[in-house]
Write a protein that binds this ligand. Structure first.
Ligand SMILES: C[S@@+](CC[C@H](N)C(=O)[O-])C[C@H]1O[C@@H](n2cnc3c(N)ncnc32)[C@H](O)[C@@H]1O
Length: 453
């Protein structure tokens, strides 16, 4: 790889005798990884090789994922670079907490956090770029989350709604991306000597907003995929200087993980509690991460009053939803706090006022009210397990190819009642369909259909 001269000089000076190995690592192959999805329960995977688990992650494996497989399409697995998994792992939210992923697309960290949360509490996944926010929504839909709200906002606009609200905030910051040069060699062309300082200015602005949204006693995780001290230790040093109620949390260092470098910032020895991942020491791409907690006693402005925004269902909508639930969902399933925005039905664990914010999804999307009927969404079906659903139709792996292509499928046996069904390959739910006298009418969303050879 052609690295800029100034980049080489900078890291030769910073790393001394380790610089040669560091610079050589840029010509080594990229490490690939993926995670299995605990929200899907104990489903058997169809086309995934689980031979090489990643020791520090409950769900991670080394290896490459093919996007056109049953396991990927159904959300059973999620592709993520091994170093990035560690950010989710050190964040480790608990079920029931209020969690914000402030720079969330395409969703690697959000899906990791959701894995810990077990559909309880609330995960607000925000992405400032609208195109990327839509990809984030697709990834969370496939993953089957029930407790996410997907926003498309700038951090400063979120402050007004979420003052001192979150127990955990992840800032996986936009950065100079030096740690991803192997993965995306084209990114090298954007690098220049002052690039990291420009990124640092933006990172501080994002963190100022994040700090306003952190509840007393809350925790903030900051991460980047760059080696630049200006965006790593120097940002954490700035946070500690400007927010005296914040304290570093010691992060345990597994094999190949380096400590933060106090000497690359202001010498504050607390910075050693952070983690640096260098590809010449660790089996993954370059990363930096730190965790800080805010004093629980901090005396601060009261959390802003949050108005309820959920609107009740009209009588006819309530009737259609009840009929649908009765015919489709098992009796043990209870979906609480449902509300409609236009003709789309959602549910959300927490009542928050999103009326002033741009969102992609204000909650778990359950389906749409059409003329005289309720039509279930892919998000509803992919977030349920097989025994949550009364009406199931089994198809073969070959028929799955027809299903994701958008074709109508004629079934050989009569497996379910006419009406809405969840389509399954073995235990894996792949989407909704409507069964009419042995024929499956395809309701796999048009925008997601694909040709699998
Ligand atoms: C490192 S990426 C996030 C990756 C993501 N957390 C994941 O694990 O899949 C940083 C994100 O920050 C977003 N971003 C860019 N400028 C921003 C800003 N001023 N405020 C908040 N987010 C911003 C980018 O669009 C990008 O999606």
């Amino acid at each position: 790889m052609n690295l800029p001269d100034d980049f080489i000089k900078k890291y030769q000076k910073l790393l001394g005798s380790d610089a040669t190995e560091f610079l050589n690592s840029f010509s080594q192959p990229v490490e690939k990884g993926f995670r299995i999805n605990p929200l899907k329960g104990d489903v058997l995977l169809h086309d995934t090789d689980l031979r090489e688990p990643i020791s520090y992650s409950d769900w991670g494996y080394y290896g490459k994922v093919n996007g056109k497989t049953i396991d990927h399409q159904s959300g059973g697995i999620y592709s993520q670079e091994p170093s990035a998994m560690l950010v989710g792992e050190i964040t480790h939210p608990k079920p029931g907490q209020k969690v914000l992923d402030l720079c969330a697309a395409p969703g690697g960290k959000s899906t990791y956090l959701a894995s810990f949360m077990n559909q309880e509490g609330i995960l607000v996944s925000n992405e400032i770029n609208r195109g990327r926010a839509k990809i984030l929504a697709e990834n969370l839909e496939r993953f089957g989350t029930q407790n996410t709200v997907i926003l498309n906002e700038s951090p400063d606009r979120l402050e007004h709604v979420f003052g001192e609200y979150f127990d955990i905030i992840v800032v996986d910051a936009p950065c100079s991306g030096e740690g991803m040069f192997r993965k995306d060699p084209g990114a090298v062309q954007y690098w220049h000597r002052d690039y990291s300082l420009e990124c640092a200015r933006r990172q501080k602005e994002i963190l100022k907003s994040a700090m306003k949204m952190l509840a007393p006693g809350g925790q903030i995780v900051y991460s980047t995929c760059t080696f630049a001290p200006e965006e790593d230790e120097q940002i954490i040093a700035w946070l500690l200087d400007n927010y005296p109620d914040l304290a570093m949390v010691e992060l345990p260092k597994g094999s190949g993980m380096d400590s933060g470098r106090p000497e690359w910032a202001n010498g504050n020895q607390e910075l050693k509690k952070a983690i640096r991942l260098f590809p010449q020491h660790f089996r993954g791409e370059g990363h930096f991460m730190a965790k800080l907690s805010l004093d629980a006693q901090v005396i601060s402005e009261k959390a802003k009053k949050r108005r309820k925004s959920q609107t009740r269902l009209e009588k006819e909508q309530q009737r259609l939803w009840n009929d649908f639930k009765q015919s489709f969902l098992s009796d043990h399933i209870e979906i609480k706090n449902v509300f409609a925005v236009g003709n789309i039905l959602y549910s959300r664990n927490e009542e928050i006022d999103l009326s002033k914010l741009r969102y992609i999804k204000p909650g778990w999307e359950l389906g749409a009210f059409k003329k005289n009927r309720f039509e279930p969404s892919l998000s509803l079906v992919l977030a349920l397990k097989k025994d949550d659903i009364k009406n199931i139709v089994q198809i073969s792996a070959d028929e799955w190819k027809q299903y994701v292509h958008g074709d109508t499928i004629d079934l050989e046996t009569n497996q379910a009642k006419n009406g809405w069904v969840a389509v399954c390959v073995d235990d894996t739910i792949v989407g909704p369909a409507k069964l009419v006298n042995g024929t499956l009418k395809n309701f796999y969303p048009k925008g997601l259909r694909m040709n699998v050879l």
